[in-house]
Design a protein around this ligand. Structure first.
Ligand SMILES: Cc1cc2nc3c(=O)[nH]c(=O)nc-3n(C[C@H](O)[C@H](O)[C@H](O)COP(=O)(O)OP(=O)(O)OC[C@H]3O[C@@H](n4cnc5c(N)ncnc54)[C@H](O)[C@@H]3O)c2cc1C
Length: 458
């Protein structure tokens, strides 16, 4: 096996392939764990861990605590220490993965590589021949023609950790998942944030009820959210930046963060030499067992554009190896993917969406249980959020769910498990949750769906 790219798509595949007795070489230029560990997922979530702590401190007065300390009542962010921690943690995680992968007997070549044919990757002057090749080269942040990142004031999401300080006034262009996460984090850390959203509301592709909650929280905390505003260009001016919108308005700030999507890393990796087809946006065309158009060549992760999540990349990589090595394999099931937007509060979702139900594509009973009535939420001073469950009319099978809550990423698991294991709301409702706990809202939502009656039809 020869694997091009050592992110979750590549290294998880390498682990499966060695486990099954294959000889594996991974060619990666930046470090194992890939962009996921070094620049994207891990660093951003580490930043968010600090911003979440800051938000908790902000609630202390309402919990009966006084933070005052003489003349210094405010908690200060030590930006150099914050960024140093993030980078050290990411590097350590990458090293841990490299050690684990090497210990399993995988050969790692740290260099840029490219395919010279369907069975050969060339890197650092070495030709790696293999029966099976996996492309897992990931993606990189898209930039706008009129907004060229300089790494100082006009930034991509990979460049923020190299700043010397927190931005004073940050303009985040793009209100998708990455934009919303950074806007939420920096706002909590004390930066004045303007979020430029080209759509009517933030997070336009997510559950509408959840997006409305988050936008409300953003505004309440003082964020300037500009809806229906498309950025045309970003320029430096003096000690700051000017963002010009397509309607001629301008927004000024100290820094601008561009979060306008990702571009696949598929140019100059030799896809054409291996007869691997790309779609019109440059993503590698794959089927649900990760096969490309070239026999013996598989692809996984962000370079396929299937669903840009680390968990999906890893699963695509594993599926590729299981398939190539003749194991029984379940094709990728996107309807079972759980994901989280790490705003504060978090939005976690799995299974069918409200949009699909509203369009009439899925028949489902829907219940939305507000978090504000949950006793544990009251104790913690949380009032924004809900648990939503979708169930099949008649059978009551759990079809999906959305959780908006602190640590929703942890609370989604029972709903995810219910979907994977074909459980009904009845079974979920009969499961013990701890009293008091936020997960009590999951079982309560399940009980409420049951109250529609077993024979309820949409
Ligand atoms: C800001 C941000 C936050 C995110 N947060 C989350 C999250 O919380 N949860 C989640 O599930 N997902 C998250 N993601 C998405 C997640 O990071 C990606 O889905 C994941 O990294 C995809 O893994 P991959 O293996 O496809 O590629 P990558 O992780 O991008 O790894 C690709 C690797 O291939 C190497 N490579 C590329 N070309 C070559 C070449 N020619 N030769 C040698 N090596 C090469 C690169 O150096 C890199 O190491 C986030 C993304 C961003 C941008």
């Amino acid at each position: 096996m020869a694997i091009l790219g050592g992110g979750p798509g590549g290294y998880e595949a390498a682990l499966v392939a060695t486990q099954l007795g294959a000889e594996v070489t991974v060619v990666d230029e930046d470090g194992l764990g890939g962009a996921c560990v070094l620049t994207d997922c891990v660093p951003s979530k580490t930043l968010i861990e600090s911003s979440t702590a800051m938000t908790s401190l902000g609630r202390s007065a309402s919990l009966g605590l006084q933070l005052e300390n003489g003349d210094n009542p405010v908690v200060d962010v030590d930006a150099p220490a914050l960024y140093a921690r993030i980078k050290a943690l990411a590097a350590a995680q990458s090293n841990d993965i490299a050690e684990r992968v090497e210990a399993e007997g995988v050969r790692i070549i740290q260099a840029r590589g490219s395919l010279t044919g369907p069975h050969t990757i060339e890197a650092a002057g070495t030709a790696v021949h293999a029966d099976v090749v996996l492309i897992a080269t990931g993606a990189f942040p898209r930039v706008l023609p009129g907004a060229v990142p300089d790494g100082e004031r006009i930034l991509t999401c990979r460049q923020v950790y190299d700043l010397d300080d927190l931005p004073e006034e940050l303009i985040v262009v793009g209100s998708g998942v990455t934009g919303a996460e950074f806007a939420s984090a920096y706002q909590a850390l004390g930066t004045q944030v303007t979020l430029v959203s080209s759509r009517e509301r933030v997070l336009p592709h997510e559950d509408k009820d959840a997006a409305v909650v988050i936008e409300g929280v953003f505004r309440r905390r003082g964020m300037n959210v500009l809806g229906r505003s498309r950025a045309e260009s970003v320029h430096r001016k003096g000690d700051g930046v000017v963002v010009t919108l397509t309607d001629g308005r301008t927004v000024t700030g100290s820094h601008c963060l561009l979060t306008v999507g990702m571009v696949p890393s598929t140019t100059s990796i030799g896809c054409e030499r291996a007869s691997v087809n790309l779609d019109r946006r440059g993503f590698v065309d794959v089927d649900r067992v990760s096969r490309t158009s070239a026999p013996g060549v598989y692809a996984a992760g962000d370079c396929t554009g299937v669903l840009m999540l680390a968990s999906v990349a890893a699963m695509q990589g594993r599926i590729a190896m299981w398939h190539a090595l003749g194991e029984a394999v379940q094709p990728l099931r996107l309807s079972h993917v759980a994901s989280t937007i790490f705003t504060d509060p978090e939005i976690a979702s799995v299974g069918v969406s409200q949009a699909a139900v509203d369009r009439g594509e899925v028949a489902a009973r829907v219940v939305k249980q507000p978090l504000a009535t949950n006793p544990r939420a009251k104790m913690g001073g949380f009032r924004d959020g809900f648990v939503k469950i979708f169930a099949r009319p008649g059978t009551g099978l759990v079809l999906g769910g959305v959780v908006v809550a602190p640590r929703a990423s942890e609370l989604i698991l029972p709903i995810s498990l219910a979907i994977e294991q074909n459980l009904s709301v009845d079974q979920l409702a009969h499961t013990f949750s701890v009293y008091p706990s936020l997960s009590g809202s999951v079982t309560e939502a399940a009980r409420t769906v049951m109250e529609f009656g077993p024979d309820a039809i949409l």
